[in-house]
Design a protein around this ligand. Structure first.
Ligand SMILES: O=C(O)CCC(=O)C(=O)O
Ligand SMILES: [Fe+2]
Length: 355
């Protein structure tokens, strides 16, 4: 099989999505209308697996303690990775103003008229820019959200055509925010390396270079939130995702013990989701919408360079068990997953070994 990595001028591009209506605009025109294409049946909504009562058990990690080598926090961290795969991080050292500026500038961008936002619309051949991601079929039930996606680091990967210029300071706030989040990601990767029994710098090194993408999700309110989803259930293809939630609207839900657990935003906390070859789970998650409030979320994805080959780390495979995943090039794995609709953990099947 040849590589499906696509590079133009050495800037990575990603499989595009089909054109679908702008949700924000649709709601502005008629807040009551929910077209058929967005409506989910009860099975898809999985209302029966509501595990809201577990919300308060989602782990909270103190990054300052963790990075300073606190043994107890490291044990808490290990348990959070093993049992949840998702946790909130406090004391991360990112200044509140940096978080707030990012939220304000993004809000300002999404408030621009559609023609302005469309100046950085996703082009037909890429998944970066303003639009919708993961729409691969006309039959697919659509998500109740619009999105802005871009590669931020390394800076040579930036596609100038889709970087926002209309909103004053937006570009700078993305840069500042992303630089801070990169530091948080590197610290977390250090601790993941430790709990995996490796040197602190080992996982970062395996990436060759840390590639960082940003996805800003805009969820307009929906009058019938029990009939639509903001984002379909999926698991991220990144090594680590760090998510900032805006305001006090709970939207994120994670799959835990067969149910959906809402992650209630703690003030100024960041939500972390870690992937590592089946030992620590890449947890399925989704976003629900709110009846009256807009919600924004900011997902920073950290991934290796495309050419990096990913495979289970030897010492994670028990001597008497077979590896769950085979060796694949990261770029191939990721692009394959992007050609599928968000469908739970479908993309991990590509790397699954067949025994
Ligand atoms: O909005 C959220 O809370 C989830 C966003 C998300 O999962 C993503 O962008 O991958
Ligand atoms: Fe996600």
């Amino acid at each position: 099989m040849g590589s499906i990595t696509e590079q133009v001028d050495n800037i990575p591009t990603y499989p595009p999505s089909l054109q679908v209506p702008n949700v924000q605009e649709m709601v502005l025109k008629d807040p009551l209308e929910v077209p058929e294409r967005y409506i989910r049946n009860e099975e898809e909504m999985q209302t029966k697996t509501d595990s809201s009562h577990l919300s308060s058990q989602v782990p909270v990690i103190d990054l300052s303690l963790l990075s300073n080598g606190d043994k107890e926090e490291l044990m808490k961290f290990e348990l959070a990775c093993e049992e949840w795969g998702f946790f909130q991080v406090v004391n991360h050292g990112v200044a509140i103003e940096v978080l707030q500026t990012m939220k304000d500038a993004s809000n300002e961008f999404f408030e621009l008229p559609l023609e302005e936002k469309n100046k950085i619309a996703m082009p037909p051949n890429d998944m970066q820019g303003y639009g919708h991601a993961y729409v691969v079929s006309e039959e697919q039930t659509l998500d109740w959200s619009d999105t802005l996606i871009m590669l931020v680091y390394p800076s040579r990967f930036r596609n100038a055509k889709i970087w926002p210029t209309e909103t004053k300071g937006f570009k700078e706030s993305i840069e500042t925010y992303s630089t801070e989040l990169k530091r948080v990601a590197e610290e977390l990767l250090g601790s993941v390396s430790l709990i995996m029994g490796m040197d602190k710098g080992a996982l970062l090194e395996l990436h060759k270079e840390l590639v960082q993408a940003l996805r800003v999700n805009y969820y307009p309110p929906c009058r019938t939130p029990d009939k639509v989803l903001g984002i379909s259930p999926h698991s991220d293809t990144s090594t680590i995702t760090i998510l900032m939630q805006d305001g006090d609207v709970t939207g994120l839900q994670i799959r835990h013990q067969g149910g959906w657990v809402p992650v209630k935003p703690l003030p100024n906390a960041l939500v972390v989701n870690i992937l590592s070859n089946g030992k620590y789970k890449s947890i399925e998650h989704r976003a629900v919408t709110n009846e009256s409030k807009i919600r924004l979320s900011f997902a920073s994805f950290f991934i290796p360079l495309d050419e990096v080959e990913i495979e289970p780390l030897n010492h994670l495979i028990d001597s008497d068990s077979l590896p769950m995943y085979k060796k694949v090039k990261y770029g191939d794995y990721m692009r394959q997953s992007m050609k599928m609709k968000h469908d739970g953990k479908a993309h991990t099947r590509m790397a699954k070994t067949e025994f």
